[in-house]
Each structure stands twice: as structure tokens, then as C-alpha cells.
Design a protein around this ligand. Structure first.
Ligand SMILES: Cc1cc2nc3c(=O)[nH]c(=O)nc-3n(C[C@H](O)[C@H](O)[C@H](O)COP(=O)(O)OP(=O)(O)OC[C@H]3O[C@@H](n4cnc5c(N)ncnc54)[C@H](O)[C@@H]3O)c2cc1C
Length: 400
């Protein structure tokens, strides 16, 4: 028996690969099984000190993702003897990564692409895992898809269950059971009642905060001292009747040396304190790779420091976004930014520090396979890299 804790980017594919290849798998997930369109109700509690976005439900944060799929950290992972070339090819095909058809590139996105090209920036369409034939271009990816047109890890959980895996949802893992100093199960709470599952292997896929909390509780050293979040702001302004709010979001991409930019609607953009109507906003997400200066405590308290370098990189991206917006026709006097946020927490159980290159901790049979293991901030969408790492771990576990 293999127990998988959490059903997000790491947990979903692991469950699928192991169950479909004949392993006895039990999946324990803290959140409920929901329809994708309900996902906006399952965002974690807002903490003003650190606006960190994540959801607790089957599928984890992938269910509110924009389905942006890019390869990240290739060279950095080579340093740990990890070459994901084959795994990337496998997962890209599995989730159907492709650039959207022009029919799904809205007017605002096209203005972004054209303006960035004119400025000589490194611009392309964003690789996505969205099925155009189902997508109604409502701009609501981050709320959960109303028509199930984008991939999420919930799809893989469904496949795992079809292949015989057991899913225990609404159940929070609170401890790892040890037998002779090796992991041999988990303790979880469901409906206020504690239960234990015995297992040969335990794989934590509870996300950078959730896995760190569990690892801290069992007293592993070096956990959650180097949290990163890939900080972002959205910068935008007034462009009459652009209707960008109802386009497929983040369908374009500019890759700079220190930041990535992508067209992304935000209602936080306003003019002199007065909200601008949603249909009149064109805005761009600026995302950077941050220094891993943050920590998570055993009870889930998160602290994150923004270094001078973080602010410098963000400012560089914001300035570039401003140039694009102006070239795209946005009134420069209205351009402003949202607060600093994060949606890619990671690094809390990094490869080379807490887990080895097979993602095993110093406790035999206890593995971590989620954004926790990324050794540095990707500064880009991390799902594809987590999927590839999980595919690699699944293949490794299937050998034994
Ligand atoms: C709005 C938004 C948009 C995003 N868009 C993109 C995008 O387009 N492309 C991209 O690459 N990335 C995107 N991301 C980031 C991406 O979703 C995350 O980086 C990724 O899902 C992290 O995977 P994970 O496996 O580490 O954790 P998660 O996907 O968060 O999964 C962790 C799971 O563990 C469960 N869990 C937590 N604690 C416990 C416990 N104690 N017991 C049992 N279960 C537990 C959680 O409920 C959750 O289901 C986005 C994130 C957000 C919030």
C-alpha cells in the first residue's frame, strides 16, 4: 500500500501513475471533492501580511490555475542529477499542452502581443492545457472553470480512482506513523475522528505549506526555512471597451531576464480611488523569481521577507509592463498596480537539503512530491515541472 497525502499538482499524477500500474494506492485529501466551477469557494483564508493564493479541495491549486504550462528549472535540476526531458514530453502530451488557437486570443491579449513585439521583447503565446472546443472564453479560470475546459489534477484523481485507488476526502493528515524509524503510515482526522492508515510508503503532496507543517511536526530538521512564493503584481489601466475581462487569461507571455509578463485581468485596478469598470481595464501580471527568505511554522504561520533584490526585479518588470500598456493604448495616467501577492509557494523541503534526488527524506519510505521540493523559485508557472518530477518518482517507485 502507498499513501499519497494531497491531490494537487504532485499528488494527482502520482496517484494516477501508480494506480494505473497496479499499485495499491490510498489518497488522503484535506479538502472536499467539488465541481471545478465551485473552486472559488475553496481558496484558503486570506492573510493580509502575505497574500498567498492556494485552494484546499481535490485537485489542490491546479483547479484554479490558468493552465499555463511551461518547463522551468531544467538546468538547476541537472545539478542534482535530475534530467526531466523524457518526463516533460510525457506529461505535456498527457495534459495536452499547446498554444491556443487564434480563435481564443482576445483583443486585449492581441494588443499585448503586438505591443511587446513592437518593443522588441521576447514574446509568444502561452502554452496551455485548455480544450478550445469546450472553452467559452469567460475569463474565469482562476475561479474554477464553469465548463471543465481546462486540465486540473482532479482529472488524474478521477483516473486513479477508476483504476482502483481509494480517495478519502475531507480528511487532514496530521502525523506520520513510524515503525523502527521508518515511515509506515499516516494519522488523519475526518469528521473529528482520528484514524490511522498503515502503508509501505508515504508520499507527502500537501503543497509547500501543508507538507512543511507535517514534516515540522515530526521533527525533521531544515524544514520550511527557505520559502519562496514567486511574487507577482498586476499592473493595468484604462482602455475603453477593451472587454479584456472576458478573454482567456494569460494567453500571451513575455520572458525577460528577471521577470515574466502575461496579460491578466484584475479588478483591483482603479483610477484615483474610483473603480474602473471591468470592461475598460487592460492589465498585465508581472511575476519574478524571489529570494527564498520565508518560513512556515508547524501550525501553518507563514512569514515572508521581500529582499531588495525581489523589489528591484519586480520594479524592472513593472516598468516594462507600463511600456507595453502605453503602447497598447492604455491611458498612462491611469496605470497602477495591485498589492504584492504570491501563488507559487515552494522550497520548504528542497531537493539537496531535505529530500534526495529521488525525493526521499532522511526517514526511509517517507517521500515529498510537490512544490516543496523545488530547490529555488522558478519565477514561472511550476505545475509542469512538478508533474514531471512526480512522473519521475512514480517510475522510480514502480521499479520496486
Ligand atoms: C489562482 C492560481 C493560478 C495558478 N495558475 C497556475 C498556472 O497557470 N500554471 C502553473 O504552473 N501554476 C499555477 N499556479 C500555481 C500552481 O497551482 C501550484 O504551484 C501547484 O498547484 C502546486 O502544487 P502542489 O502539489 O505543491 O500543491 P497543491 O496543488 O496546492 O496541492 C496540495 C494539496 O494538498 C492538500 N492538503 C494540504 N494539507 C493537507 C493535509 N494535511 N492532509 C491532506 N491533504 C492536504 C490540499 O488541500 C491540496 O489539495 C496557480 C496558483 C493559483 C492559486
Amino acid at each position: 500500500m502507498i499513501v499519497i497525502v494531497g491531490t494537487g499538482a504532485g499528488g494527482g499524477i502520482l496517484a494516477r501513475e501508480l494506480a494505473k500500474n497496479g499499485k495499491n494506492v490510498t489518497i488522503v485529501e484535506k479538502g472536499p471533492y467539488i465541481e471545478s466551477k465551485e473552486a472559488f469557494n475553496y481558496y484558503n483564508e486570506y492573510v493580509p501580511e502575505i497574500d498567498l493564493l492556494a485552494t484546499t479541495c481535490v485537485g489542490g491549486s491546479t483547479i484554479v490555475s490558468m493552465a499555463n504550462m511551461v518547463r522551468a528549472l531544467d538546468e538547476e535540476l541537472h545539478e542534482y542529477g535530475i534530467d526531466l526531458t523524457n518526463e516533460y514530453e510525457y506529461v505535456e502530451e498527457l495534459v495536452g499542452v499547446h498554444e491556443l488557437d487564434d480563435s481564443h486570443i482576445g483583443q486585449g491579449t492581441q494588443l499585448f502581443l503586438d505591443a511587446a513585439k513592437e518593443l522588441g521583447l521576447n514574446v509568444s503565446k502561452m502554452p496551455k492545457a485548455i480544450r478550445e472546443e469546450d472553452c467559452i472564453q469567460c475569463g474565469k479560470c482562476a475561479f474554477g472553470c464553469p465548463v471543465n475546459a481546462k486540465w486540473s489534477a482532479r482529472d488524474f484523481v478521477d483516473e486513479a480512482v477508476e483504476a482502483g485507488a481509494e480517495l478519502i476526502s475531507d480528511a487532514e493528515v496530521i502525523d506520520i506513523i513510524l515503525c523502527n524509524l521508518e515511515a509506515c503510515g499516516v494519522k488523519y482526522v475526518k469528521d473529528g475522528k482520528e484514524s490511522v492508515i498503515k502503508a509501505k510508503k508515504v508520499i507527502l503532496c500537501a503543497g509547500a505549506i501543508g507538507s512543511a507543517m507535517i514534516l515540522k511536526r515530526i521533527g525533521l530538521t531544515g524544514i520550511a526555512r527557505e520559502l519562496f512564493i514567486d511574487p507577482f503584481v498586476t499592473v493595468g489601466g484604462y482602455l475603453k471597451d477593451i472587454n479584456f475581462n472576458s478573454e482567456v487569461q494569460m494567453a500571451g507571455l513575455v520572458v525577460g531576464r528577471n521577470f515574466v509578463l502575461s496579460p491578466h485581468f484584475s479588478t483591483f485596478i482603479n483610477e484615483d480611488g474610483q473603480p474602473i469598470e471591468a470592461k475598460d481595464i487592460l492589465s498585465i501580471m508581472v511575476k519574478t523569481r524571489d529570494d527564498a527568505k520565508g518560513y512556515v511554522s508547524g501550525d501553518g504561520f507563514v512569514n515572508k521577507v521581500n529582499t531588495i533584490n525581489d523589489i528591484r526585479l519586480l520594479a524592472e518588470g513593472v516598468a516594462t509592463a507600463g511600456f507595453i500598456l502605453e503602447k497598447a493604448g492604455v491611458d498612462p495616467n491611469t496605470i497602477c498596480s495591485t498589492v504584492y501577492r504570491g501563488a507559487h509557494p515552494g522550497g520548504t523541503a528542497a531537493i539537496g537539503k531535505v529530500v534526495d534526488s529521488n525525493l526521499e527524506t532522511e526517514i526511509p519510505n517517507l517521500y515529498v512530491c510537490d512544490a516543496s521540493v523545488l530547490p529555488i523559485a522558478p519565477g514561472k508557472p511550476p505545475i509542469l515541472t512538478i508533474l514531471a518530477l512526480a512522473k519521475r518518482l512514480a517510475d522510480y517507485l514502480l521499479m520496486y
